[in-house]
Design a protein. Structure first.
Length: 550
């Protein structure tokens, strides 16, 4: 990694402060933090060892640890009792051109008429050479330049690279070398994915000038598929919310509001018709939340499905990479290109994905998280309408409830890992450069996390194992379940267990607040989860509505 950020360590940095010896009184005071009581004599016995341990910490801190260096353990969502299919070659997807509307007759004079077309339709136009990749790329570049001052969704416009890739795509297709459905399609990358020679800022001022000399695996996979990288899109700083060093990313549905995050730019640009599709990441809602606010579709794959090589690490055991598109099918097409092992991220399992959009959903058992639909809140009408649509499709919904564990109480796992990922910011006071400085922002959360005892972190991981086991048992009874996206503990729980989820728009409330439903599947069950979500989406028109941009 190359980091061109200047040294901004303050003169009163924690690393410069004297380190007094730990006393028995200090250890006694620590009881307040850890919630345990020991006698004075017990603390006295521990005193020498605790001082030695702190010396060990200081020596460890002298070892440079790049964000890309993982801990010596890896999260695996597979538990005993889970069976997965044997590896298989990546599927070659063919599209049904009969479903694609004709190209507008005045396309050459008004190419933006297809700006909101789904990926499958754009791919057909490219494959049949009705539209060139250069024309499509030029159109989206124009929209990015026009609307980014309003939405603040772009960190870096990759115009030169995009035109080069688009020209290559057109030449290849003209020569009869069609790479597949993503060939020639412009896309946007959340700016925590490494792009060689192009800055990768992580949305945070301390890394605003960071340039890496390699690509993330996802970037390479999409390049191999012939896709055109058109922009590095915003994320809330260090993957939180929608505020970054350039301001707040807006939703095109209401430019007075943030687009939510952390995949803020990916959601905003997709909803505004500025890209064909985008890549986001999720640790605890960072695809689901902006997809909801921006009214687009998103896929959070099974943990360990898509290589995280070259992506900023926030929480090693919880981070996931997935597509955001205008339709569920868009997400399926992109996922087919990016999943699978790469030999660099050793947490990725070699499990096949087979997208069969014509498969009947009649054979699938679909559950619904009953308690979340029974709740009375401002989204109740949309939630109940969603259930009625599913029942109207002939689905016999099975009531379920999730494992009953203190899920929210082990959420500090994320904080502990994130604080380790950005330990250097805390210890050098460069966290002062972050835009958000509040009790619930990263600088404060990183400091809080340093007081999480290692024992409690391990115990929380063990409770997580129990939840994972019970989720596997639950999902043996059903194939997919649906829930309001933020109902109960489903969002955090399934991010901890690693289950895949597909979020789709579900209308708006009387106050104009966007709603969404999330379909959650079995581990490695993306195909069935996407299938049910697509059936629901096709029975609505929410995905056909677009923001009234000027």
């Amino acid at each position: 990694m190359t980091n061109n950020t200047p040294n901004t360590t303050s003169t009163d940095s924690p690393t410069d402060a004297p380190t007094p010896a730990i006393s028995a009184e200090t250890l006694s005071a620590a009881e307040t933090v850890i919630g345990l009581h020991f006698t004075d004599s017990e603390w006295t016995l521990a005193l020498e060892g605790v001082n030695e341990q702190r010396g060990n910490y200081e020596k460890l801190r002298a070892v440079p640890l790049d964000n890309s260096v993982p801990p010596a353990f890896a999260f695996d969502p597979r538990v005993p009792g889970l069976s997965v299919d044997a590896p298989a070659p990546r599927q070659v997807i063919t599209l049904n051109g009969a479903e694609v509307p004709p190209l507008p007759t005045n396309f050459e004079h008004d190419p933006e008429q297809i700006a909101f077309w789904p990926l499958a339709h754009l791919a057909h136009l490219i494959q049949t050479r009705q539209v060139t990749s250069v024309a499509l790329t030029t159109m989206y570049l124009g929209r990015l330049k026009r609307y980014d001052p309003l939405l603040h969704c772009v960190v870096t416009l990759t115009e030169a690279l995009a035109m080069q890739q688009a020209q290559r795509a057109d030449a290849e297709i003209a020569a009869g070398h069609y790479r597949g459905v993503l060939h020639g399609i412009p896309w946007g990358a959340k700016d925590l994915l490494a792009t060689s020679g192009i800055r990768t800022t992580w949305g945070a001022a301390p890394y605003a000038d960071q340039v890496l000399d390699y690509n993330a695996t996802v970037v390479d996979r999409l390049d191999e598929a012939g896709a055109v990288l058109i922009a590095k899109l915003t994320l809330g700083e260090l993957a939180m919310d929608d505020v970054w060093f350039g301001g707040m990313t807006r939703t095109p549905w209401d430019v007075e509001r943030g687009s939510s995050g952390s995949s803020a730019g990916s959601g905003s640009a997709t909803a505004a018709g500025l890209v064909g599709f985008a890549i986001g990441t999720e640790t605890h809602g960072s695809i689901v939340s902006p997809a909801t606010r921006c009214r687009v579709s998103g896929l959070r794959p099974t943990a360990g499905r898509v290589s995280k090589h070259g992506a900023m690490m926030l929480a090693w055991t919880m981070d996931k990479i997935g597509p955001m598109g205008r339709t569920v099918e868009d997400c399926a097409l992109v996922f087919n290109a990016i999943y699978g092992p790469d030999g660099k991220d050793l947490t990725v399992a070699d499990v096949p994905f087979q997208w069969m959009p014509d498969k009947s959903i009649d054979s699938l058992k679909v559950g619904y998280l009953k308690s979340t639909f029974d709740e009375e809140n401002e989204h109740s009408a949309q939630n109940q309408h969603g259930l009625n649509i599913l029942r109207g499709l002939g689905i016999e919904l099975i009531p379920i409830e999730l494992p009953d564990y203190p899920v929210n109480d082990i959420g500090f796992l994320l904080l502990a890992e994130a604080a380790a990922s950005f330990d250097d910011l805390t210890r050098t006071d460069r966290d002062d450069l972050l835009a958000r400085q509040a009790k619930d922002s990263w600088p404060s959360l990183f400091r809080q996390a340093r007081l999480i005892p290692a024992v409690e972190y391990i115990q929380a991981q063990r409770v997580r194992t129990l939840i994972m086991r019970e989720m596997v048992t639950l999902m043996q009874q059903i194939d997919v379940y649906v829930a309001p996206s933020f109902g109960g503990t489903t969002l955090l729980l399934t991010n901890l267990t690693g289950n895949p989820a597909v979020v789709v728009p579900n209308g708006v409330t009387d106050k104009g607040e966007p709603s969404s439903l999330t379909f959650t599947g079995k581990l490695y069950g993306e195909a069935d989860t996407l299938l049910v979500a697509r059936a629901y989406q096709n029975a609505t028109d929410y995905h056909l509505q677009h923001p009234p941009l000027p």
